[in-house]
Design a protein. Structure first.
Lengths: 299, 291
């Protein structure tokens, strides 16, 4: 008789209604909700973070605005208007930074969520719970969306006030729809990053590199036309590119065109499908790879 | 054998003077390099990072200007060559970041790996630990500055005045004292607040914002212009860029260097006093190794 058999016989069977009736499922929404609530409860312990992460990006955004003002004059330049179609680069950039906050969150928060669990010593217990991993990932993503939305709204409001710009609210409904679709696509992207961090462990270099690369090719401060042609193709692989372009158009002009909206929604729909498939597949592969090497709890 | 050991310890405890501290500074810098080389990707990233940050600025500048000359910048600072202005100005970013983050968090790093108390009981001055970390970050950040300048010259056609290279290095050396004063203040924040990274992020980002790295301070809000004038980074970047663009003929160079010298004295004295007081306070409270 092996030691495992002996222990198994001696240990009284720890049963529960849930475990007795447990069948593997594709998705457990209760687990996702509980995980999201747990993360939000921790976040609420540090309320200043919501404000700080809303104000801090102002210190990163302002140097771009000041540089562009020093080079092109206050607010506008002929060259910028020609390539972007917009006459105010401050208005152009602030909305770009607002949307990009979600991209940053997908890398730093969703992608790093398992790393945080690892540092708290709860990663391995979490991985032995009888719930699909995808539920945990979605729970992490949902809580991060709530936190990021608060910080992004603080950023948009403060920056608009400080730089004296305003946006049209007439097309707010399509903006929200597109934003939600982009957030969904970014979830898939975040799953992919989470898988990479399970494998590579130390996320600092990886996340910083991915973040900087995405920021460079995204039309946050400048239009896509300012990029070299090859980089423009890469930009369309970033889940947020279509959303930034169309949300900006709607927020600045306030004009809703059904054709433009539908083509953007179709593009984002394709992106959601692509990134969810790739994200889940990458995460599953990374999880298997890490488990096979026994390095799940390793630092 | 035991006598030999005793005499080594006795010699160690008797060590004092500038040269002894300098050797300790050098040993700390080398130790930090050895630790960092265990993570080669991380070393590489922190060297190339300022250059990667420069690329979006370059694209944004090109989108606004649409060519190689900016008339608006010409009116503000006297040169229309915006690319050289920004490339040389932002080259200093990596060094400043390395100093603020690497050195400011040095105590926290030692605390996290459990070596802070051991280091504090070694027979060296407490501030030597910060100076040693500064020495390492000066070397690390310096590599980033060189890389960005070389890449700017090779890939973007930036021209550098060869006569200005040595004086620009002298400016960097001169700026170290004032920057170290800021770093001492940041170390105090870390010692008191423990997890002080958010405060360091805020202070370093604010100092970068008011420094004329990619734009002249004339475009800042008047209130921020006063803050900028009181920051050593402002005069360092102005004189560093002035020497590299115009050599000894750089406009306003004497004013910038005199201002930097005055700020050096003010910042280092205030920084050292703050550090001395905070370090004693934290030790008295027995909170040195608290997390």
């Amino acid at each position: 008789m092996t030691i495992a058999d002996t222990i198994s016989e001696e240990t009284p069977r720890a049963g529960s209604l849930y475990l007795d009736s447990f069948k593997p499922r594709l998705m457990d929404w209760t687990a996702a909700r509980v995980f999201a609530a747990k993360n939000l409860r921790i976040a609420m312990r540090y309320p200043a973070n919501f404000i700080i992460w809303g104000v801090m990006p102002l210190l990163w955004l302002a140097p771009y605005m000041l540089m562009m003002t020093a080079l092109g004059g206050p607010g506008t330049s002929t060259s910028f208007t020609e390539i972007s179609g917009f006459d105010n680069f401050v208005k152009f950039a602030i909305i770009g930074w607002f949307v990009f906050q979600y991209v940053e969150a997908s890398i730093w928060s969703v992608g790093n969520s398992f790393r945080h669990e690892q540092f708290s010593g709860t990663l391995e217990p979490l991985f032995v719970t009888p719930v699909p991993r995808i539920s945990i990932l979605i729970g992490a993503a949902l809580s991060d969306t709530v936190q990021t939305s608060i910080s992004a709204i603080v950023l948009l409001t403060t920056a608009s006030f400080l730089f004296g710009v305003s946006y049209a609210l007439t097309a707010i409904a399509p903006i929200i729809v597109l934003l939600l679709m982009m957030i969904l696509a970014l979830y898939g992207f975040g799953f992919m990053v989470a898988g990479m961090i399970l494998v590579f462990k130390d996320p600092s270099v990886l996340t910083q590199f991915v973040g900087t690369a995405l920021f460079t090719v995204s039309p946050v401060n400048y239009p896509l036309q300012a990029l070299p042609i090859q980089a423009r193709y890469v930009a369309y692989l970033v889940p947020s590119t279509i959303a930034i372009i169309i949300i900006r158009e709607l927020a600045i002009t306030g004009v809703f065109e059904i054709g433009q909206f539908l083509s953007a929604a179709a593009g984002l729909g394709t992106t959601i499908l692509f990134f969810w498939l790739v994200g889940i597949a990458s995460f599953r592969y990374a999880e298997r790879w890490t488990k096979n090497r026994g390095s799940m709890g390793g630092f | 054998m035991s006598d030999d050991k005793d005499s080594i310890f006795q010699k160690m405890w008797k060590r004092e003077g500038f040269m002894a501290e300098l050797r300790a500074i050098n040993a700390i810098a080398i130790k930090q390099w050895k630790v960092e080389f265990s993570y080669p990707l991380s070393v590489l990233w922190f060297i190339v990072m300022p250059f990667l940050w420069f690329i979006p600025m370059l694209i944004a500048g090109q989108a606004v200007v649409g060519g190689s000359e900016s008339a608006v910048l010409g009116e503000l600072v006297g040169t229309t060559d915006w690319l050289s202005y920004i490339a040389i100005g932002t080259a200093f970013t990596g060094l400043a970041m390395s100093m603020f983050w690497g050195t400011g968090m040095s105590f926290r790093r030692e605390q996290s790996v459990g070596t802070l108390e051991t280091l504090m009981t070694t027979p060296m001055k407490r501030s030597t630990l910060v100076w040693g970390s500064m020495m390492h970050n000066l070397q690390h950040g310096g590599l980033g500055v060189i890389l960005q300048l070389v890449a700017a010259v090779l890939f973007f056609g930036v021209t550098i005045n060869a006569w200005g290279i040595l004086p620009a290095l002298a400016v960097v050396a001169l700026s170290i004292l004032a920057l170290q004063g800021i770093v001492f203040a940041l170390t105090c924040v870390v010692l008191l607040a423990k997890q002080g990274w958010m405060i360091i992020e805020f202070i370093s980002s604010a100092l970068m914002l008011v420094a004329p790295m990619a734009y002249p301070i004339a475009v800042l809000h008047p209130m921020l212009q006063y803050v900028s004038v009181a920051s050593p980074l402002t005069w360092t970047v102005e004189s560093f860029r002035g020497f590299l663009m115009y050599g000894f003929a750089a406009p306003g160079i004497v004013t910038a260097i005199v201002a930097l010298l005055i700020l050096d004295v003010v910042y280092i004295v205030v920084g050292i006093l703050m550090f001395r007081y905070t370090e004693r306070y934290v030790r008295r409270k027995g909170a040195l190794s608290q997390f």
